[in-house]
Design a protein. Sequence first.
Length: 131
Amino acid sequence: LELSQQVISKDLAVKLKEVGVKQFKSLFFWRVWPEKAELEYGHPSHTPILEKHFGGKPEFYSAYSASELADMLPAGYITCSKLLHVNSPSAGKTEWRVKYQKDEVDNYEESENLAEALGLCVLFLKQNNLI
């Protein structure tokens, strides 16, 4: 699999940072320039030469993997399954479903990318003060 299919998207990474998910606890990060985004490994850094070339300072966002996101989720209330769509416009397509269920809260997120589905679940939990 391509690395981009093993971590959350740049857009979700931005949203997770906005809701207060700790940054730079991941092995991967998105380096976002005014006109370009790059997925990289390691610790974020930049140089003035790159700033001049790309027209400004980059923003950095953690690009969490599925295992890193799973560690953020509360134990006992999460189920994860892989779905195969049948008898629908998306027949034959598989997706991951991550479900949170506790008391009256019942929410699930789906994506073809497991990290993205887990990240959407973390986003939901943070937005609703559940983690």
